[in-house]
Design a protein. Structure first.
Length: 384
């Protein structure tokens, strides 16, 4: 199948589902400095919110094949979006850290279910063209990420005590999309008599899995603590640093929307090598920069480099799954959970003990690990 597809109703509904949850991630991740200031916690304690997202992703990974089996992929997406909305409301109305942590856990579970089912449903619908379709859907979701980052940072500048209220916009968006986009006929599903997809994965799958974990770890370490590094290097306020991370989201959106077409004639593994190289170049520039303008430009490059790594790495794992996409994506969610739980927390812990600038050295280490593991597990995809 050629790497072309039709952006139909299915594409836009699924893309907008992921845009809504990315609005939350875009506002929540970079706002860790704001949350830490509100709650009076250390970098390590604030990093526990990333750990909560990670644990939620692990739980969603175990749940994914069972939900897909019982309800089907279409209904599972709406279930995930509903759970996300509940967790988000809990977070907004629960100021202390003892309550924001479980709220983050609930919201994160819903986020992961939405993203997991997006991967499997688009892979099933578009086949080979998923290499373009999934990054473009993520490109749409990046608009949500940018809006979340920009809005939360702007509210924090104007009304510092009410920055969480900016996240409320996601709730009517969920309600409207459910009303307009839901097609109950498409959700009809008969569970497979063989039960949920199961079984052991090959060693090649697990090497690709560890490469995926390294990619996601570097992504979330950057997303959660780039504002802290900006604040440390440039001396800007927490609110301004949060807004500045919009540059990272812009890079994500550009890479996800245009990357699939620009790289469509290149083998999947080589696409990843190009993107990892861009990420490394942008990160090194960002890490050494003491200029706001240069930092913003380098964050755009970092975003472009990271933009398609999640989608392409997940597609590689589906290819190594011996025809068990729901199980493969469930395992990818476990990997994402390990990355999301571990990377921001570890970086926060290192930041408390060695300073955020030195702690950020872990990111190029993760980039190198991802490069090596992709090299060790060639997918043998041919050119389109």
């Amino acid at each position: 199948m050629p790497k072309t597809f039709q952006r139909d109703r299915f594409f836009w509904v699924v893309a907008l589902q992921t845009a809504i949850v990315n609005f939350y991630l875009g506002g929540f991740g970079p706002a860790q400095s704001l949350l830490r200031a509100d709650q009076g916690t250390s970098l390590t304690v604030a990093g526990l919110h990333g750990a909560a997202l990670g644990i939620a992703s692990i739980a969603a990974g175990y749940a994914n094949p069972h939900l897909a089996h019982k309800f089907g992929r279409a209904k599972s997406q709406w279930i995930g979006l509903t759970i996300f909305a509940l967790g988000l409301l809990m977070f907004i109305i629960s100021p202390p850290v003892i309550l924001t942590l479980p709220a983050t856990l609930v919201a994160g579970f819903g986020v992961s279910i939405v993203i997991n089912t997006m991967l499997t449903s688009m892979s099933h619908r578009y086949g080979k063209a998923a290499e373009v379709a999934i990054p473009q859907a993520n490109g749409v979701s990046s608009v949500g990420f940018i809006m979340g980052t920009g809005l939360i940072g702007t509210v924090a500048i104007i009304y510092p005590s009410f920055w969480r209220l900016g996240l409320l916009l996601a709730l009517p968006a969920v309600a409207i999309l459910m009303y307009v986009g839901r097609e109950k006929e498409r959700e009809s599903h008969v569970p497979d008599e063989g039960g949920p997809q199961s079984g052991k994965m090959s060693p090649k799958f697990w090497l690709a899995w560890f490469g995926f974990v390294a990619c996601i770890s570097s992504e979330f370490a950057t997303s959660f603590w780039a504002s802290a590094l900006l604040k440390d290097r440039i001396g800007s306020t927490a609110a301004i640093s949060t807004v500045a991370v919009v540059a990272y989201g812009v890079g994500l959106a550009i890479g996800r929307w245009y990357g699939g077409h620009l790289l469509s004639k290149i083998k999947l593994d080589n696409q990843l090598f190009i993107l990892i190289g861009l990420q490394f170049a942008g990160f090194v520039t960002f890490w050494f920069s003491h200029s706001m303008l240069l930092s913003l430009l380098s964050l755009v490059v970092v975003g472009i480099g990271i933009s398609m790594q999640f989608a392409l790495s997940a597609i590689r794992m589906v290819g190594f799954s011996d025809g068990r996409p729901d199980l493969a994506v469930g395992r990818s969610s476990l990997g994402a959970g390990v990355a999301i739980a571990g990377a921001p927390f570890l970086l926060g812990f290192l930041g408390d003990n060695f300073g955020i600038s030195r702690a950020y050295i872990m990111v190029p280490v993760l980039i190198a690990i991802a490069f090596i593991l992709i090299k060790l597990t060639p997918s043998h995809n041919v050119k389109a």
